[in-house]
Design a protein around this ligand. Structure first.
Ligand code: NAP
Length: 340
């Protein structure tokens, strides 16, 4: 098999293809012949050495794939061989063959091709946990989706629209026309305008019920200030850490310096709440993940979950795919496709 290896921390050039012996599924595992691989922002942070959860290089990242079941380990029904599936992988996804735990593997609904299926697991599970499970968004409420044009952003928008809420979203201006067509009510160009001022102007100074924020640092403070009473802030990323070109230690020090501390008494008096989401730390909660995925699959069948693949890059061009995302060009998901 072939894998895309992060040979050392650095720019996209550190990604190299290496040949390895084919993996064998252990008990309870499924070996997937991979057709498409979902790229996540976390992969870029891992490549740069800014993702503490990632293994040390040389390593293979990748949280999600879609493909065909090639073989199964002990205890797994062998009649599944040949089925089209998508799966969560705990790293190692940047491979043309990968083993995944049976309970992290799901059948691909008929309406999806492999590329769209690879766009589902991380983006939609994260968005579902943020918007519905922990954010508790309800009909008639309002939500601000930061990075609305990204993978998680579009997934969150699908869920928020399904819940019949008023949607606000920040993104680079070039994505606004697409976002409006997708159903976003209020796109905000956060790179030119202060999003807090924009939200307050659009809501007569009241603010919003839910804000989901993957930027981190001082953005979290501004997001908190954009909540109205009963508002919830869901924090799930620190994209801001990539903005500085200083060394890793300085980047993290700056991040910590700007990260707000939330005081319980102030939260109580403001009638606001804050919460965090890290899907990568949900591996022990298989039952919840399966239940959420079943709802997502139903949403695909009913048509309100609409995975959007912006571009597919050949397996050999993982570096180009990373560079495309880093240049903020993607609208929705970027996937790698194998020739298998
Ligand atoms: N906690 C979790 O479980 C979890 C799971 C998945 C993702 N995440 C986080 O959610 C965020 C979005 O992830 P994603 O995979 O869906 O990626 P994505 O949103 O598709 O990422 C690319 C987009 O992010 C925006 N962006 C904001 N700051 C950026 C920066 N400093 N450099 C480059 N782009 C930047 C850009 O759009 P605009 O210019 O239009 O804003 C860019 O097009 C990331 O922070 C990721 O780490 C967290």
């Amino acid at each position: 098999m072939r894998q895309i290896v992060i040979t050392q921390h650095g720019d996209a050039g550190v990604l190299k293809i290496q040949e390895k012996p084919d993996p064998k599924p252990s008990s309870g595992e499924i070996l997937i012949q991979v057709k498409a691989i979902g790229i996540n922002f976390a992969d870029i942070l891992a490549r740069k050495g800014l993702y503490p959860d990632a293994p040390k290089p040389p390593c293979v990242v990748g949280y999600e794939v879609a493909g065909v079941i090639e073989s199964v380990g002990e205890g797994v029904d062998s009649s599944k061989i040949g089925n089209a599936v998508f799966a969560l992988t705990r790293f190692n996804g940047y491979s043309d063959k990968v083993c995944a735990s049976e309970n992290a593997v799901f059948p691909i609904p008929e309406s999806l091709d492999f590329e769209s299926a690879a766009a589902i697991p991380v983006n939609y599970l994260t968005a579902y946990q943020l918007v519905y499970v922990m954010g508790g968004l309800k009909k008639g409420e309002s939500v601000l989706i930061h990075n609305a044009g990204g993978g998680v952003g579009l997934a969150a928008l699908d869920i928020a629209l399904h819940l019949e809420t008023t949607t606000y979203g920040t993104s680079s201006a070039g994505k606004h026309a697409f976002l409006r067509k997708r159903g976003l009510d209020h796109p905000i160009d956060y790179r030119k305008h202060d999003f807090l001022a924009s939200v307050l102007a659009l809501t007569n100074g009241r603010g919003l019920e839910l804000i989901i924020d993957p930027i981190g640092g001082k953005n979290w403070k501004k997001s908190y200030n954009a909540l109205r009473s009963t508002g919830r802030l869901g924090m799930f990323g620190v994209s801001t850490v990539t903005e500085s070109t200083a060394g890793k230690v300085v980047q993290f020090a700056k991040l910590l310096l700007h990260t707000p501390w939330f005081n319980p008494l102030r939260l109580m008096n403001a009638n606001k709440s804050v919460f965090g989401v890290n899907l990568g730390h949900m591996w022990r909660e298989r039952e919840k993940i399966s239940a959420w995925m079943n709802e997502i699959i139903k949403g695909i069948e009913d048509g309100w979950i609409r995975p959007h693949v912006d571009r597919s890059f050949p397996f050999e061009q993982a570096g180009e795919a990373h560079t495309y995302i880093e240049a903020r060009k993607n609208i929705g998901k970027i996937v790698l496709v194998t020739d298998g």
